[in-house]
Design a protein. Structure first.
Length: 381
């Protein structure tokens, strides 16, 4: 029986911006892989802040919690390259799946690696220089070291092949799925939630880490425009942890003539997030670059209309269910928002189409495809 190591060091369970896309991808894929597998044993590596998995495994596994402070990015990087190979060797792992771009430089087994995006190359100015340099070098080496590479979207697969020179035969698209908590809620549930949070006005919602490539400053200016033109009489709610490079966002909010209508609510816990989506009149996600774009999928699964940008993977996620704009075009975004907010018929059509589109993304399908890739890599050559 083969033993698979799952590098889940990026998994977080705390209420912070780090418990975002890559962490949730890791949690859901690990859970579904374990549930769907037969004939495989698993060793799951987690960081020092994770005392137990945020789900109950359907079968026995080995959980290895690092003694080093691998919840800190710098320590995690060192552990992955210099300590992980020792653990892999003594555990006699037949294959290791690393969930965040990087395979150890030297390791005595076969590897699969997930690459979520190449934003550090495609929109380099939105990353600090040291992070950009490390990720470019480490990811380039990893696609050569790995027996198989998993990409979150066709856009990311194409980037990996074009920018990193990866062998197309070993780069596979593995779409993430929709979490079951994201679904339409009843009017009574929504009313009760809005009452509890004291949100009595209509609102537009942004969900995501606040950082430069998300173009939150553009959203703020577009929001000003629709308020000025009386296309909407409500609030703008920004939900997500504060990342790096906040100057443009902070300045846009501070100088906005409608800043009293802009709410920064910070990181939203997982229990409340589906209700925020359900309560919103519209979700807007004008990111310049995404490997996938979970907020778009979550909003559609919740039955809320979505506007996003027409870049990278986002057209794959939204399909024909929502509207797309240029990520830095304030006027175009404001016009799209106006067209949705002033038309109940369009909102209802987008709601129905979004639910259909969201159903195309399924974690159980992702897990089965991932297990097939494991088996292919493990086959004797």
């Amino acid at each position: 029986m083969a033993t698979i190591g799952l590098n889940a060091l990026v998994l977080r369970t705390d209420a912070s911006y780090r418990n975002a896309g890559p962490s949730r991808y890791t949690r859901n894929l690990v859970e579904q892989i374990i549930a769907a597998s037969t004939g495989l044993d698993f060793t799951v590596f987690v960081n020092d802040q994770v005392s137990e998995l945020p789900f109950t495994p359907t079968r026995p596994i080995q959980l290895r919690r690092t003694r080093a402070s691998t919840s800190r990015t710098g320590i995690r990087i060192l552990w992955e390259h210099f300590v992980a190979p020792w653990h892999i060797a003594i555990s006699r792992l037949d294959l290791v799946h690393s969930m965040l771009n990087v395979v150890p430089v030297a390791s005595p087994t076969k590897h699969v690696v997930t690459i979520h995006d190449l934003s550090f190359m495609q929109v380099a100015a939105t990353h600090p220089p040291l992070r950009r340099w490390y990720l470019t070098a480490a990811t380039w080496l990893s696609v050569r070291r790995a027996s198989a590479v998993l990409a979150d979207s066709i856009a990311t697969r194409d980037d990996v092949i074009k920018l990193l020179g990866a062998d197309p035969q070993k780069v596979h698209v593995l779409y993430p799925g929709t979490e079951p908590d994201f679904h339409p809620r009843s009017c009574n549930e929504i009313d009760a939630f809005r009452h509890n949070i004291g949100q009595h006005r209509p609102f537009i919602l942004f969900v995501g880490t606040l950082e430069p490539r998300k173009n939150v400053d553009v959203l703020v200016h577009a929001f000003e425009s629709i308020i000025r033109n009386r296309a909407f009489d409500g609030d703008l709610v920004l939900a997500g942890g504060r990342g790096w490079g906040m100057d443009a966002i902070d300045s846009a909010i501070a100088q906005s003539p409608v800043r009293d209508r802009i709410q920064e609510i910070g990181y939203v816990n997982e229990g409340d997030l589906p209700f925020w989506y359900n309560s919103a009149d519209l979700v807007v996600y004008p990111s310049s670059f995404e490997g996938f774009g979970f907020p778009v999928l979550e909003a559609m699964a919740s039955g809320t209309p979505v506007i996003t940008s027409n870049r990278s993977s986002l057209p794959e996620v939204i399909g024909k269910a929502g509207l797309m704009t240029q990520p830095r075009d304030v006027a175009q975004l404001a016009a799209a928002m106006t067209s949705v907010l002033t038309s109940p018929q369009r909102r209802e059509a987008m709601r129905r189409q979004g639910l259909v589109q969201a159903n195309r993304f399924d974690w159980s399908i992702a897990a089965k495809k991932c297990l097939d890739i494991y088996q292919h890599v493990l086959e004797p050559r």
